[in-house]
Every structure is written in C-alpha cells, then in structure tokens.
Design a protein around this ligand. Structure first.
Ligand code: PEP
Length: 249
C-alpha cells in the first residue's frame, strides 16, 4: 500500500509575514492528517520554513534544483545547498519551468539526477498541453518526458522518486482532469515503469496536479493509481491545503 504524498508548491508567492501565518496554520491543523505532507516555499524562505517545521511531520521541498553541484552558475542553487537547508524534496520539470524558462527534457533529467545524487527526492512533473491532448499525443508526451530521465538514470532513478502528472491545461486554470482522465494517465505511467521494473513501479508515488482543491480532491485521490497531489493555488490557504491532506489520509 503506497502512502499518499500531498505537496504544496507555493511558487513565487508570499512574504515573511504571510508565510509565517501559513506555516503556523498548517502546523496547528495537522490533527487527522495521515499522509506524507510537504511544502515547497520560494527558495529564500526555505531555511525559515524548515526551522518553523522542525519536529513537525511536514517536509520541505525546493521548487527546482541546479543540474550542477557547484561553480559558476549564477542564480542557481545546488542540491547540496537545498539539502543542507532542510529540503527533502525537489520539484523538477514543472511546466512553468519548461514553458517560461525553456527547460528541455534533457535539462530536467540532469536536474533530476542532481537531486538524487545530493540525497533529495525528485518530484518529476510531466504532462501534456491542451493541444497535445487534443492531438491524442498525451501518452507520447508523458513517455518522452519520462524516457529522458531513464536515459540518464535508468529505471533505477525512479526508485523512491515521485512523479507528478500535471496536465498543463489544468494548472492554475480551475479546470481539472476528471478522476477517470487522470487515472488513465497515471496507470499508463505506472505501466511504463512496470515494463522495466515491477517493484519500482509498485512503490512509485504518482501525484496528480492541476487545480486540485478541497472540492475535487477526494474523488481524484480515490483512484487506484493517484497517490497524492501537487497543489498550487490551494496550497496558499492553510485550511484548503489541510482539507486536501485530510482527503488523502
Ligand atoms: C502546480 O502548479 O503544480 C499546480 C498544480 O497548480 P494549481 O494547483 O494552482 O493548478
């Protein structure tokens, strides 16, 4: 039985005061939560949030990680730095990184590898655009994004890692994949990994992301291959985030 993981991606939101309020709200509302929980603050707030969550069963994640380990890479943050500052997870290949900052499948795979070699659990985001869904290429796109990681890390790279299926057309739009649509892609992902290694596939945590909220979480999380959520907008309100965590518990 896989334990569900609900992770909040705060993106570039918040300030010292609002983040303190959000973390306090999450800390104070954990009764009844029985799933793995993580929050991914903007990088500059990671040490502060990690300190506030010391001893609390909520992990911290980064929103990205450099593919290199040190040196002249202005603006980047290494996996070792993130681990030292208290991160357990690192999101890689979020669609905003791919579409707004031109991150290729190859760069995302290198970031995934860097997370792993620095002891972080990578959360690999994959998913199709609306055009790709309408073209019938959803599975081909998701397979290509996963294959780029396999090319670098082998299927063993997914041992203990997390994949977040995030249809791009559902991110921040209020449109959600139906539970059946999401389950179909989640089953495809697990089947693809199972084709290479059944044991890794069986324990692989595959989150759904894309406008998950307290109103739709239970139905999505009831699906066989949906093992949690990567939550954007709804993770900025402690009550909504906690309601999703409870739906996953
Ligand atoms: C995300 O950006 O990972 C995400 C799922 O955002 P939202 O929940 O706002 O759609």
């Amino acid at each position: 039985m896989r334990r569900k993981l609900v992770a909040g991606n705060w993106k570039m939101n918040g300030n010292r005061e609002s983040i303190r309020t959000l973390v306090e709200g999450i800390k104070n509302g954990l009764d009844g939560v029985n799933c793995d929980v993580a929050v991914c603050p903007p990088a500059v707030y990671i040490p502060k949030v990690a300190g506030m969550l010391d001893g609390v069963p909520v992990e911290v994640g980064a929103q990205n990680v450099c593919d290199q380990d040190s040196g002249a890479f202005t603006g980047e943050i290494s996996g070792a730095m993130l681990a030292e500052c208290g991160c357990k997870y690192a999101i890689v290949g979020h669609s905003e990184r791919r579409s707004l900052y031109g991150e290729t499948d190859e760069l995302v795979a290198a970031r995934f590898a860097a997370a792993r070699r620095n002891g972080l659990v990578p959360i690999l985001c994959v998913g199709e655009t609306l055009e790709e869904r309408e073209n019938g290429t959803t599975e081909a796109v998701v397979a290509r994004q996963i294959d780029a990681v396999i090319a670098v890390e082998g299927v063993a790279g997914f041992d203990g890692a997390v994949i977040a299926y995030e249809p791009v057309w559902a991110i921040g739009t209020g449109k959600t994949a139906t539970p059946e649509m999401a389950q179909e892609v989640h089953a495809f992902i697990r089947g693809k990994i199972a084709g290479l290694d059944q044991a890794i596939a069986d324990k692989l945590v595959i989150q759904y992301g894309g406008s998950m909220n307290p109103g739709n979480a239970a139905d999505l999380l009831a699906m066989e291959d949906i093992d949690g959520g990567l939550i954007g907008g709804a993770s900025l309100k402690a009550d909504d985030f906690l309601a999703i965590c409870k739906a996953a518990s």
